[in-house]
Design a binder for this molecule. Structure first.
Ligand code: TRP
Ligand code: SF4
Length: 400
């Protein structure tokens, strides 16, 4: 049986933190037991915004792979590789760029958002505009069925799906498909033909799903069509033909509820993180200096855990007994904040212990990490080459 393939990538941004672990990595570790998985370092994606200072990308990439391994991504189960080491991504990106309408890229919501958010950088570049297309190439080159991403990346997966339809429609048809489909449209009669064309345009240019449904209903009503014409009209409508590239589905990763040291979501930009492999004494120090309920000025003042970021961490790390102890002790001033923080420190250290252990194992043997990456790149490249053969052939670029 064909096993669905999972693919996901991450930009190399520097040391990963516990928010990444609870959000993304724990999910990857789970998925690797369920599907063949490919996980890659999106180093070219880092360049789309960091082109002015690429010096750290290499080091960040290697560190990130060690973080993945530390978190429990298992190279005997999942394929770990680096995007730029599989240059076929770039070839597919180029070929797709030929048939990608500019408007589709300009309309991707992250385009304007990110430009505004990162306004200190000049992101009016060709590469930045094409970044969702690069992501499409990453996905399509492995014919991935499932793409675990956070909510912010969903529009990119949807973009990829639309692109696949367009691609398969353009390059995956029977010879003369377009003419045959146009003939079939005429057979609908002028009024229905106009409606069909309208709906088709609405779907192909704007991705309007309702338009597809209406068109299906329209075609279902018509009795006098041959089976071949019907199929052509369905295919022409959605742009499907022979499947050269496969439509991926998004696997929405629940947004990490991991709170940071200040009660906001843990994020590098809020400077409130604990890294995956943060030194033990640094973990303790960071937690001990966390703010608490401001009402607890003195040890004898009662407080309210709901107003305290430490409580958020108890929700992640403590069991019911401990939480009851916090609730009672905080509200009655029976415990001090330092007491209250101790089980959180222990919970974090306990979670990190196996990660630290694995990281040490890999760090003692840097060649091992390189070998893991080399093997992964080779495996990925074999898959990518296969897809590229089909793509080149479909586009008439097969010179063998
Ligand atoms: N764009 C993703 C991010 O910024 C990273 C990424 C690049 C990716 N290519 C991908 C994720 C392909 C999933 C699939 O988080
Ligand atoms: Fe926060 Fe705990 Fe102090 Fe209450 S006792 S304010 S929950 S740290």
């Amino acid at each position: 049986m064909y096993a669905e393939r999972v693919l996901s990538g991450m930009r190399p941004t520097g040391a990963l933190h516990l928010g990444h672990y609870h959000g993304v990595l724990a999910n990857w570790v789970k998925l690797q037991h369920q599907y063949p998985c490919l996980f890659f370092v999106a180093d070219w994606h880092a360049l789309t915004t960091q082109y002015d200072d690429p010096r750290l990308i290499h080091q960040n990439s290697m560190e990130m792979v060690v973080d993945w391994l530390a978190a429990g991504v298992d190279p005997s189960q999942a394929t770990i590789f680096i995007q730029s080491r599989v240059p076929e991504h770039a070839e597919l990106h180029l070929l797709l760029s030929m048939m990608t309408p500019l408007g589709w890229l300009e309309r991707v919501p992250t385009y304007k958002d990110q430009q505004e958010k990162l306004s200190s950088k000049d992101l009016s570049t060709y590469g930045f505009l094409g970044y969702p297309l690069l992501m499409s190439a990453d996905i399509l080159i492995y014919r991935a069925d499932k793409v675990p991403v956070g909510e912010d990346q969903l529009p990119h997966v949807e973009f990829t799906r639309e692109l696949v339809r367009r691609f398969n429609h353009m390059y995956g048809r029977e010879p003369g498909f377009e003419e045959k489909a146009r003939e079939a449209v005429k057979k609908l009669g002028s009024k229905r033909a106009r409606l069909y064309d309208d709906l088709r345009t609405r779907f192909q240019q704007k991705g309007d799903k309702e338009a597809v449904e209406q068109a299906h209903a329209l075609l279902d009503e018509i009795q006098h069509l041959s089976v071949a014409d019907r199929e052509r009209l369905f295919g022409y409508l959605e742009g499907t033909g022979k499947m050269i590239l496969a439509e991926p589905g998004a696997l929405l990763t629940e947004a990490s509820r991991m709170p940071g040291l200040d009660g906001q979501k843990m994020s590098k930009s809020y400077n409130n993180t604990i890294t995956l492999r943060e030194a033990e004494d640094s973990v303790a120090k960071k937690v001990r200096s966390m703010p608490t309920d401001p009402a607890r000025m003195r040890r004898t003042d009662p407080g309210d855990p709901l107003k305290c970021p430490v409580w958020q961490l108890h929700l992640v790390y403590s069991d019911d007994t401990c939480r009851a102890w916090v609730q009672e002790g905080c509200k009655s001033a029976g415990i001090g904040c330092i007491d209250c923080k101790q089980p959180v420190i222990e919970g974090i250290l306990k979670e990190q212990a196996p990660m630290r252990e694995r990281a040490r194992y890999y760090q003692e043997d840097p060649d091992l990490v390189k070998r893991i990456i080399n093997d992964g790149c080779e495996k990925a490249r074999d898959l990518a080459r296969e897809t590229m053969r089909d793509v080149r052939e479909a586009m008439g670029l097969d010179y063998s």
